[in-house]
Design a protein around this ligand. Sequence first.
Ligand code: ADP
Ligand code: MG
Length: 384
Amino acid sequence: MTDVLKLKVAAGFEELYGYQPLGIWSAPGRVNLIGEHTDYNEGFVFPFAISRRTFAAVALRTDGIARVASSFSSDVVEIPVAEISRQTVSGWSAYPLGVAWALKELGKANQTGFDLFIESDVPVGAGLSSSAAIECSVAVALNELWNAGLELRDLARVGQLAENQIVGAPTGIMDQSASLLGQLDHGVFLDCRDLSSQVIDLGFAREGLELLIIDTRVEHRHADGGYASRRAACEAGAAALGVRSLRDASAADLARAQELLDDVTFRRVRHVITENQRVLDTVAALQAQGPRAIGELLYQSHQSMRDDFEISIDELDTAVETALRHGAVGARMTGGGFGGAAIALCPIEKISEISRSVEAEFLALGYAKPDIFVVSAAPGAHRE
Ligand code: ADP
Ligand code: MG
């Protein structure tokens, strides 16, 4: 697949612009293994880069103009790099142009422009961060072509700046960190307070395990209001406990929290406190015992999101329970909730039975047909 996309992106560039690109760079999407709604509480997350990638074929121009195009859309967007702003760009081109803008803001863009063409097999809007994949593929390309000399962790900030300032989405830094720092069969354990990260051996391939993504194709219903109210509950909980953020609370504070808080706020707080601990426990279990030992933690995470944080939906619960019943080591919903995808860590020999069973169960319950596919933990952004 990867080789096909590499050929396609080069051919697409040449057909559109009439000459060959200087190089091809790529960056993966990501999935969050565990650590949900912990990021804005300055806690821990543990995503990994996946075997679905976005490829950028790029060449420099000497006139300061950027031209961007994608197999995903028929328009070719052309603008002087110096004129990129929130007002002048919109739609999908805001992602690649936003990256060029962010490098310029950081004083890292020389005045040359570029021609760029994008190809990708990261599904859009499935919770696998096609947005980080496009940002990071462009970030590593321009970092090299413009001699910006930034390190991968700085490029994560470049992607985030682009998304916050030019796209206008108030997102954190997890997605870009995973896309840039991922390694083959490793996860990226990220501390959302100081943004330090550690690459951790997952051992899935070695242990004969694969990760199944079960995309319910339910769009994130009521996600906006639900997200805002969860954030507000976390802030109220932290204030009542007298801590800067829930990162600073632990299981020892739960009894006090239960006395101080109303039932709903207490359960929101309990999710975050226990989820942070589960991320730490997952890292420890992987290091001490290997990936088969994390199954129970994945399911506990799901139960906590279902019962305490109340962000699951019937389709996600069905995906998780069915996968577990048919031999998954562990399973949970992943992402912000109210729709999107579940993940199931599965022995390779059980993959087809689990996939078939989930699909049959969805059909029996009258749900939309889910999109089910395997991902492995892949290397981060690089030049091809
Ligand atoms: P996701 O969960 O996939 O990151 P987002 O809404 O954050 O969803 O980002 C998806 C957007 O990113 C798309 O609507 C599009 O604007 C842009 N995008 C992603 N992949 C591509 C691509 N291959 N070509 C052009 N734009 C893309
Ligand atoms: Mg995104």
